[in-house]
Design a protein around this ligand. Structure first.
Ligand code: AVJ
Ligand code: FE
Length: 441
């Protein structure tokens, strides 16, 4: 039976690797060579850098470390080391051409499948439960989301298409819910492919609080704008106001107002009227915080977000997903670039939490108020540069995943992070507020 489990795991790993690669190909074959080499924003790498970097990480961990094979291209390690060259400098590097990069990632993959066929998926911690393979699957999927963000930043003819998002299929329900005080298991020690920053699982007590059942919509965000949200320093933190002034912020990234005062948004190269019911996306932490202050609320902490996403009041248990322990399907959440936009609340009723919170997973990354730090007992694994070097006050945690996050990544324990001023990621937010003393017991 052991052997059969291991073979089933090998098959699953091979399928996940293949799924990630199809997505990578889709994102890098949609544009011409000039476009692949171009820098569409100083915040992003050229797409052809992401492509070869994905292969390079796969070679490092799976061919060399797990497989113990001879290196394919030791000469390009430096070019594709994210810590060696800032994103803005990458276009000037002697990068592999698109043809070379495609050839390179394909040869790495062929070796990896050979390694996979022979390596035991138990024993050594790096390979136990297929962890190293899972880490590389998630690495490629995360770069795919980054490449999707590059596509959103690029100007020129639209090249990506996807079916429209489903509309709401259940009535809106209450705007917020009371999440009762209590202790839950934050993070995990049992999820086999969880990354180091999600570990270990540890008890956290969260006081009672109210959480929005829906992400903040474009319609609400327009109200904030029309009420002078971007002109009132008292709504912003000192750092946020400085950022607002420095970049002359007036609206979310990719928004434009026409002569009649109507708002438009550029979505993967196409201008469209801002859709009132969709979650707002491409806002910074500072904008999210100012909005929350404007309506007398605040952003949730990371622990509050995870408690709302995992706590089941009926059993008192901490679960894997808002809907239970079953892995996400197309019915549960708007994930995996199936659509090119977030969906309105009520579009994925199967994914609702027991307390009635909609779409905690998928649609938009949700800013939390918590800086990115290691959990108690954190140990870097397998390398410090995945998470540990980013711990500190300068990054904020985002949770839940966006429409561009694959389900191999979007767990209720998964932690993303970015600078509070960044807007190019698919980030939105929902608000929270403290419960009053009489609501607490
Ligand atoms: C977790 C999304 C912040 O893109 O910088 C990719 C993921 N780490 N390659 C990033 C990652 C190494 C990371 N984020
Ligand atoms: Fe990377």
């Amino acid at each position: 039976p052991d052997r059969r489990d291991e073979d089933a795991l090998r098959d699953r790993v091979a399928r996940e690797l293949d799924r990630a690669r199809r997505r990578t190909r889709h994102l890098t074959e949609a544009v011409d060579d000039g476009d692949l080499r171009r820098q569409h924003s100083p915040l992003m790498s050229p797409l052809v850098w992401d492509l070869a970097h994905v292969g390079s990480q796969e070679e490092l961990w799976l061919v060399r470390d797990v497989g113990g094979r001879v290196p394919l291209r030791p000469d390009i390690d430096d070019l594709y080391d994210a810590f060696r060259h800032a994103r803005a400098d990458r276009p000037a590097l002697p990068l592999l051409s698109p043809v070379e990069a495609r050839g390179y990632v394909a040869s790495v993959r062929a070796k990896v499948l050979d390694v996979l066929a022979g390596v035991p998926l138990r024993g050594r911690r790096l390979v136990a439960d297929g962890f190293a393979f899972g880490m590389i699957v998630q690495h490629e999927q995360q770069h795919d989301e980054t490449m999707l963000a590059t596509h959103q930043l690029r100007s020129g003819e639209p090249v990506l298409t996807a079916p429209p998002v489903p509309g709401p299929s259940v009535p809106p329900g209450p705007d917020e819910v009371l999440v009762p005080a209590g202790t839950f298991t934050m993070g995990t020690s049992v999820e086999p492919w969880a990354l180091d920053n999600e570990r270990p699982g540890h008890p956290v007590r969260v006081p009672a609080f109210h959480l929005d059942t829906k992400a903040v919509t474009n319609a609400r965000f327009v109200e904030f704008i029309e009420d002078g949200g971007y002109e009132r320093p008292e709504l912003w933190s000192e750092e946020g106001w400085a950022a607002c002034l420095a970049s002359a912020l007036r609206a979310p990234l990719f928004w434009r107002r026409d002569g009649d005062g109507r708002w438009w948004r550029r979505v993967f190269g196409r201008w469209e009227p801002v859709s009132p019911e969709e979650p707002v996306v491409h806002v910074s932490f500072h904008e999210a915080e100012a909005f929350a202050t404007w309506c007398g609320r605040r952003l949730p902490t990371e622990a509050e977000w995870e408690r709302a996403a995992r706590f089941d009041p009926r059993s008192g248990e901490t679960r894997r997903y808002p809907w239970g322990d079953e892995a996400p399907t197309d019915r549960h959440a708007n994930l995996g670039q199936r659509h090119l936009r977030p969906a309105p609340a009520g579009a994925f009723p199967a994914g609702t939490s027991p307390l009635g919170v909609h779409q905690l997973l998928g649609d938009v990354w949700e800013w939390t108020s918590t800086p990115f730090r290691g959990y108690p007992g954190f140990a870097a694994f397998p390398y410090r540069e995945y998470s540990e070097v980013f711990f500190g006050e300068e990054y904020r945690v985002l949770r839940g995943g966006s429409f561009g996050t694959d389900h191999a990544v979007a767990r209720a324990t998964f932690r993303n992070w970015d600078y509070p001023g960044r807007r190019q990621i698919f980030a939105g937010f929902r608000c929270a507020r403290d419960a009053s003393p009489e609501e607490v017991d």
